[in-house]
Ligand binder design. Structure first.
Ligand code: PMP
Length: 360
């Protein structure tokens, strides 16, 4: 069986151990005589699966009891409108514009009638940095303050949060959730699509502080109301059962590895291999400001941009796939999520050196 090194931004590489465990149980899960895909979401076997997944997720992120974990569908994109529907009571919110995903979140909030105050933006330099947020910029009368913690397309990442003086921080953590420990209590709502660091697509995880639930107006559709899902243990309707099962396996894999501190160390090591090499050569450049570099999505270009396509093509021949940058940015992007082995990053740097030598 051949496995390539898959640098896709998402859906993306999963731990081999997880795929193998799923394979073992694919046709008949333990003693159930059926696949997890065929189980009722209300069966005894499935209850154990979903409850363990939730408990392991809470343990990994050290989520306090005053937060609810919801397993939803609709992708992170649906949260762009669910957040304002559920907590945009006064009708005003502050957003930081750090790229495509923030812009989409802003557009949805506007549609929901929110008076959106974009307090900072890095649009002036093609989103190559994270704008500085001074505490004095926070409007204490806003319903919430919204950031995209890691910008999948541009390869930037927040490293600090302002003191919002009680205004709930909402973070789209789609592309860096579970990559390092965080203090959940710094946030009112965290949400993420599963398809980068948690499992296959289809599952969206929302962590929401309990006091922020139950505020939505009666006109909010049932499925869009956090209360519906909180009151029904994410079982109001059929949850994405197989994606939750797979995410549960990923959570167990992470726990066995030593949890988020351990994976952070590995992620820092992997990113350093790439960034150190990028810093050591003029053949490639990375557009992102050093302090704001993402550990998950590393963007770079050949200084001679005409070489970019050849780089991607040559990489594919070496089984280093999905390195083409997002169409808006061009160049290359190596997504090195939790499940990307360090050997994959080493193989990429070896290839980069080889390509440099051949094209200098
Ligand atoms: N936010 C971020 C930061 C993302 O990277 C993505 C997907 N790449 C999304 C939101 C949208 O997620 P989904 O496709 O799950 O709606």
């Amino acid at each position: 069986m051949k496995r390539v090194y898959n640098f896709s931004a998402g859906p993306s590489v999963l731990p081999l151990k997880v795929l193998e465990d799923a394979q073992t149980d694919l046709v008949s899960y333990k003693n159930a005589g059926m696949s997890v895909m065929e189980m009722s979401h209300r069966s005894a076997d499935y209850s154990i699966i979903i409850n363990e997944a939730k408990a392991d997720f809470k343990e990994l992120l050290n989520i306090p009891d005053n937060y609810e974990v919801l397993f939803l569908q609709g992708g992170a994109s649906t949260q762009f409108s669910m957040v304002p529907m559920n907590i945009g009571l006064k009708g005003k919110a502050q957003y930081v514009n750090t790229g495509v995903w923030s812009k989409k979140a802003i557009a949805e909030a506007n549609k929901m009638g929110i008076d959106v105050d974009v307090i900072a933006s890095s649009a002036d330099k093609t989103f190559s940095y994270i704008p500085k947020i001074d505490d004095s910029m926070i409007d204490t009368d806003a319903d919430y303050f919204f950031i995209t913690s890691n910008n999948t397309i541009f390869g930037t990442s927040f490293s600090t949060l302002p003191d919002t003086k009680g205004v709930p921080v909402v973070a789209d953590m789609s592309s860096d959730i579970l990559s390092k420990p965080i203090n959940v209590e710094d946030y009112g709502i965290i949400f993420a699509g599963a398809q980068k660091n948690m499992g296959p697509a289809g599952l969206t995880v929302v962590i929401v502080r309990k006091d922020l639930i139950g505020k939505a107006s009666d006109s909010v559709p049932t499925m869009m109301n956090y209360s519906t899902h909180a009151d029904n243990d994410s079982m109001f309707n059929t949850p994405p059962t197989y994606s939750i099962y797979m995410a549960g396996l990923v959570f167990k894999w992470l726990k066995e590895l030593g949890g988020l501190k351990a994976i952070q160390k590995i992620n820092e090591e992997k990113a350093a291999i790439l960034y150190d090499y990028l810093d050591s050569t003029e053949f490639y450049t990375t557009p992102v400001v050093k302090d704001d570099r993402s550990l998950m999505n590393v963007t770079f270009v050949c200084a001679n941009v005409e070489l970019n396509d050849g780089f991607v093509k040559g990489a594919k021949e070496k089984d280093l796939v999905n390195l083409k940058g997002h169409r808006l940015v061009g160049g290359m992007r190596a997504s090195i999520y939790n499940a990307m082995p360090i050997d994959g990053v080493k193989a990429l740097v070896d290839y980069m050196k080889e390509f440099e030598k051949a094209n200098k």
